[in-house]
Design a protein around this ligand. Structure first.
Ligand SMILES: C[S@@+](CC[C@H](N)C(=O)[O-])C[C@H]1O[C@@H](n2cnc3c(N)ncnc32)[C@H](O)[C@@H]1O
Length: 303
């Protein structure tokens, strides 16, 4: 079988199995099975696959057709221009989480500007927490942007932390990030104050389970998905703990579920928070909320 007919065969099988983005999936699996780059596929369509490659490709197609996500078959996903290892122990990094990185970098740059410092932030002196680090994609992406910043990356899942550590090593960021097994901040023996806390928390509602794509429902870790019956329950404790772990004027940047904003925004309205702003994703869905811990909480006025 040559590359052209292998690709055609893969596309037909995945389309018949009702797989989303079947053309891209077939292409990625063919490249993975043959350990080739995309340019090879299109410059050598007549090249023959070996028998081993045909068999490996067919097995991948069968698994994808049965619902296994492409990323669990290729063991990788790109995020912020970097390739991350992915296993069934971690959430597959999503493109919308890149908005969280953008907002965190923008807000830090703005703070530097307001403080009269040069608008070039290498992260010198910054201590950052990533709560629910999963694959480590957020901490690693920010570490690469700010090579002098330091991180504490928390996750309740030791299996996820093992993947995150490997990703940090792969991207030469391990010296910047300490990985800590912890329920939010509570199991950490140390509790320093942070300049920035970022988190993409579990925010899917248990009541939405039946509506989830089977790739998500049956293959991604429950711990990474569900925030409670409604989905937004996790935010209350995360925001309350973050308030006690931020320096005065420290920043909190959180990813939002598609319908979390009405429940989450009031949690940041208290006098403990200021400069709260919401950023939409490319689909126009409120995706990131960011706020600053007030340095001095105003006392209520006497009547
Ligand atoms: C939605 S995933 C985000 C993973 C990664 N940060 C990303 O953006 O792709 C949420 C992560 O939070 C972790 N998690 C769930 N409950 C937690 C808790 N109580 N304390 C710390 N981490 C928790 C999960 O194990 C999972 O890795």
């Amino acid at each position: 079988m040559d590359f052209r007919s292998a690709l055609k065969h893969g596309i037909a099988q995945l389309r018949a199995a009702d797989i989303a983005s079947y053309t891209l999936a077939a292409e990625l699996l063919l490249l993975h099975a043959t350990k080739r780059e995309r340019t090879y596929l299109y410059s050598h369509p007549e090249a023959e696959l070996t028998a081993e490659e045909v068999s490996a490709y067919q097995q991948l197609l069968d698994r994808r057709a049965s619902g296994v996500p492409v990323q669990h078959l290729t063991c990788k996903q790109e995020f912020w221009g970097l390739e991350f290892e992915v296993t069934p122990d971690v959430l597959i990094p999503r493109p919308e989480t890149e908005h969280l990185i953008e907002v965190a970098l923008d807000r830090l740059a703005l703070r530097e500007l307001h403080a009269g410092r040069p608008n070039k932030n290498d992260g010198e002196g910054l201590l950052i927490a990533d709560v629910g680090t999963g694959s480590g994609c957020i901490a690693v992406a920010l570490a690469k942007e700010m090579p002098k910043s330091r991180f504490m990356a928390f996750d309740v899942s030791p299996a996820a932390l093992a993947v995150a550590r490997r990703n940090a090593e792969k991207h030469a960021a391990a010296n910047q990030i300490e990985f800590i097994e912890s329920n939010l901040f509570t199991s950490s023996s140390r509790s320093p104050l942070f300049d920035l806390i970022v988190s993409n928390p579990p925010y899917v509602g248990r009541r939405e389970t039946a509506a989830l794509a089977r790739e998500v429902r049956d293959h991604e870790p429950e711990l990474a998905l569900y925030g409670g019956e409604e989905g937004y329950e996790f935010y209350a404790e995360l925001i309350a703990q973050s308030a006690t772990h931020l320096k005065p004027s420290g920043l909190l940047v959180l990813e939002l579920g598609h319908d979390s904003l009405p429940a989450v925004q009031p949690l940041l309205d208290a006098p403990h928070w200021r400069n709260v702003a919401v950023t939409n994703d490319l689909a126009g869905i409120p995706r990131v909320i960011a706020g600053e811990r007030a340095s001095v909480v105003d006392k209520p006025r006497q009547a």
